[in-house]
Design a protein around this ligand. Sequence first.
Ligand code: E4P
Length: 221
Amino acid sequence: MLFLDTAEYDEVASAVSWGVLAGVTTNPTLIMKAGMDHEWQVKRICAIVGNVSAECVTEKKDDIVAEGRRLAAWHQNVIVKVPLTPDGLGAGRVLAGEGTRINVTLCFSVNQALLAASIGAWCVSPFLGRLDDISEDGIGLVRGIVDAYRATGVGTKVLAASIRNPMHVTQSAIAGADIATMPFTVLQSMFKHPLTDKGLAQFTADYQKGVAARKQQPAKA
Ligand code: E4P
């Protein structure tokens, strides 16, 4: 499944209109960049697409539980994001027990992903781009989590996050990630291939030639 990593409504609306979008991940940085009220923006996005992650910003378990309940009440499409900390997972366990879908964020190791799965999280988010940024193997982490989950029969989805380029999307899918969340520019770049552009130009030109040629001839069926 393809998700957008954005809090920009117009980007989400465009991707929805293309028919390719299955969800959105937001985080406090993306909300700040969009310059919108958190609740208002998440509700607007939820109105046009399912599976919208909204992130908790509190740090203590009881505060995260209270915040997660508030976020989940915004819309049925909200998935509550909790951090991969003891308090985050403790709160996630409570929220998951109440039927709220949980996205465990800021995952950087297979062991952390095993912890996320053990609370019944809907998905875990390995940040592969941030690992690549420090010369570690982001795709290797995605592959490792997928392998560990398959080996142990875990149902938690693997959401490849912190994607920087279209090759990350391809490699995440080949590694077995259930979802890739990406910036709008990366989603746009997935459409691009020079042979698609060339082929389309050729078909359009040939169609026009055919129309022009028929205009010169007596009518045929
Ligand atoms: C995922 O849910 C996060 O919002 C995101 O992918 C972080 O990516 P970044 O490393 O580009 O900030």
